[in-house]
Design a protein around this ligand. Structure first.
Ligand SMILES: [Zn+2]
Length: 308
């Protein structure tokens, strides 16, 4: 009820020391990015914890909630706001699971839905970065409402997770944009944006029962209204990079404001109007299903697979 109780899960992970070293520098940039958020100052007075650990792992075993339904490729825990503000969080990138989703889902999906001229921008490094900065972006923004309604999570009840996931997606892309501007991140911005767009199709397929699925439906509809992409008669999507960047900023502002105000009514309206799959998008998703492109990966795991 209201999303108050979480399910349990466990991972067995092997840490990738080299990748983890490369990632550790980003956590220290959080306070600077927080102050640059595209929203009124009153919504960004909290200081994100810089104690956060950012590390990459390969997964050898998933158990419980993470292996039921959509498979997690990155984790940011704990969820408790008080602990987050005092101690920061541990953000774990699950590299081999990410690679599997990229190869088996994102690439085949892009070959159907992304404009052939923009497909060259789909890259694993961009997918990895988008996923990583999604996790880092959970640390940005606002955990407590500005008007005495308690934590954002309490105020927004059953909509809290979907909005928080939507925030992390869009602020993750904001971070990438800022770091790219500062010269802290390599590659072309178009790679991050195109891969981000392709990933919306991937995540929309998780459906309305998933917080990630809902967040992506809202973003897809919002981006469409803002002209961030167009769809041609072949059902292929072309991204307008400039408009996508604008939409990214305005959606960030909208979400952060709803969170800071603890505006349960406002979020309910947003979810009702925007967390929907319109017939046109549904027909595109049906094409993916007809082609046998999986919604998610399924693990073969356990002591037999490990030869133990
Ligand atoms: Zn998340």
């Amino acid at each position: 009820m209201f999303g108050y109780k979480s399910a349990h899960e466990t991972y067995v992970l092997i840490k990738d020391m080299e990748w983890s070293q490369r990632l550790s520098k980003y956590a220290s940039l959080l306070p600077d990015l927080q102050s640059g958020l595209p929203v009124a100052d009153v919504y960004k007075t909290e200081t994100p914890g810089t104690e956060s650990q950012l590390a990459a792992f390969d997964v050898v075993y998933y158990a419980g909630d993470c292996n039921a339904g959509s498979k997690t490729i990155a984790v940011n825990l704990p969820n408790d706001e008080e602990v987050q503000l005092q101690k920061g969080t541990r953000r774990s990138q699950l590299k081999n699971a990410m690679r599997a989703k990229f190869d088996k889902i994102l690439i085949p999906l892009s070959e159907v839905l992304i404009d052939p001229d923009q497909r060259r921008y789909i890259s694993f490094d961009a997918f990895f970065a988008n996923t990583m900065f999604h996790e880092v972006a959970h640390g940005l923004g606002i955990k407590n409402t500005i008007n005495g309604k308690g934590t954002v999570r309490e105020a927004l009840k059953e909509h809290a997770s979907a909005l928080e996931e939507g925030k992390a997606d869009v602020l993750g892309l904001y971070m990438i944009t800022k770091l790219h501007e500062k010269g802290e991140l390599e590659g072309e911005l178009r790679e991050y944006y195109t891969t981000f767009m392709a990933s919306i199709f991937r995540s929309v397929r998780f459906g309305a029962s998933s917080a990630h699925g809902k967040a992506n439906m809202i973003r897809f509809n919002y981006f469409r209204e803002e002209g961030a992409f167009t769809r041609n008669e072949n059902g292929q999507y072309t991204i307008d990079f400039e408009k996508l960047q604008k939409a990214m900023n305005s959606l960030s502002e909208k979400i952060l404001t709803l969170q800071g105000d603890g505006d349960y009514e406002g979020v309910s309206v947003l979810v009702e109007n925007m967390a929907q799959i319109q017939p046109e998008l549904q027909s595109d998703l049906d094409r993916l299903a007809d082609l046998g492109i999986p919604v998610d990966i399924v693990f073969e795991q356990g002591i037999e697979v490990l030869g133990l």
